[in-house]
Design a protein around this ligand. Structure first.
Ligand code: PLP
Length: 285
């Protein structure tokens, strides 16, 4: 079934949505994006995603004013038109269409904006009842991982390395310490129940699910430490898990073939998943 998508101000069938070969998103990965979850037909953390979008655009000197209400209207309309009960809305803004050059174009070049939906089943979601198995691999991405750009080739290669090794995904490691996952923030739970995740910096994406989940965890009086952890510490942790808009909170049950605990999703990860979904739905729009 063809989706209705949004491109540069209009709604259209996906087959009709066409972008120039000179678009800088296509030639130079000069584009930023956001993925917002849809649950029960509602958007989770929409305003968090809009704030991060503004930040990404600002860091890259894009000439694009984020109109929160207009973008919300389009996202809700796409959810309605495509009958998305559970899934995501993807939004991408590129710097626009011009002759290929490393120099940013002069004023007058309009950014390209596109949005589309995906049903949850098309995202191949992991099963929270079994959790995921990860491998570790060196983090070879660029140094501005806090900007959400479409330069996703290295994470895609790391994902394939994991799949070829018979695992689900990969934790990325820099100087022996875990930065994050290919498309997730990474956490461990220590034997005394403390949730540990790397502190915010240019080394990781400032996950919107991360911010919301940590807020709920602190409100529930759970202990949180924002600091680096090594891959060795992760392998001997009581639990591990990841967060992202498309996975919410997902338990990790094995790292590099080493089972965590009894090899099943642990109680802290389970509780955080429930808490995140339950609380987020209260403010979903
Ligand atoms: N880290 C990376 C590298 C990501 O690509 C993503 C999401 O795509 C995340 C973390 C999680 O961010 P969010 O919770 O905003 O989806």
């Amino acid at each position: 079934m063809s989706r209705t998508v949004y491109l540069n101000g209009g709604y259209m069938a996906e087959e009709s949505a066409k972008v120039s070969i000179f678009d800088r998103g296509f030639l130079l990965a000069d584009a930023v994006y956001e993925v917002t979850s849809v649950l029960n037909g509602k958007l989770l953390d929409f305003d968090g995603h809009m704030e991060r979008l503004k930040r990404s655009l600002g860091e890259l000197d894009f000439r694009f004013e984020v109109n929160r209400d207009e973008l919300l209207k389009v996202q809700l309309e796409l959810v309605r038109l495509n009958e998305i009960d559970e899934g995501i809305v993807y939004l991408q803004i590129t710097r626009g269409v011009c002759d290929r050059s490393f120099k940013f174009p002069d004023a007058g070049v309009q950014p390209t904006i596109l949005m589309f939906t995906q049903h949850r089943t098309a995202l191949n979601p992991a099963d929270p009842e079994t959790g995921i198995r990860v491998i570790s691999t060196e983090d070879l991405r660029w140094g501005r991982r806090d900007i959400k750009t479409v330069q996703l080739l290295f994470p895609s290669m790391a994902k394939m390395q994991a799949v070829r090794a018979g695992a689900d995904d990969a934790f990325l490691v820099q100087d022996g310490e875990v930065t994050e996952g290919t498309a997730y923030n990474a956490y461990i739970v220590t034997k005394n129940g403390t949730i540990v995740t790397r502190q915010l910096s240019t080394d990781i994406l400032h996950g919107i699910t991360r911010a919301t989940m940590l807020r709920y965890a602190r409100e529930a009086q759970m202990q949180v430490e924002e600091r680096p952890f090594t891959i060795e510490e992760a392998k001997s942790a009581a639990e591990a898990f990841i967060t992202s808009a498309s996975n919410y909170v997902m338990p990790v049950v094995e790292i590099d073939g080493v089972k965590l605990g009894d090899g099943r999703p642990g109680p802290v990860s389970r509780r955080l998943r429930e808490l995140y979904i339950e609380e987020s739905l209260k403010t979903a729009i």
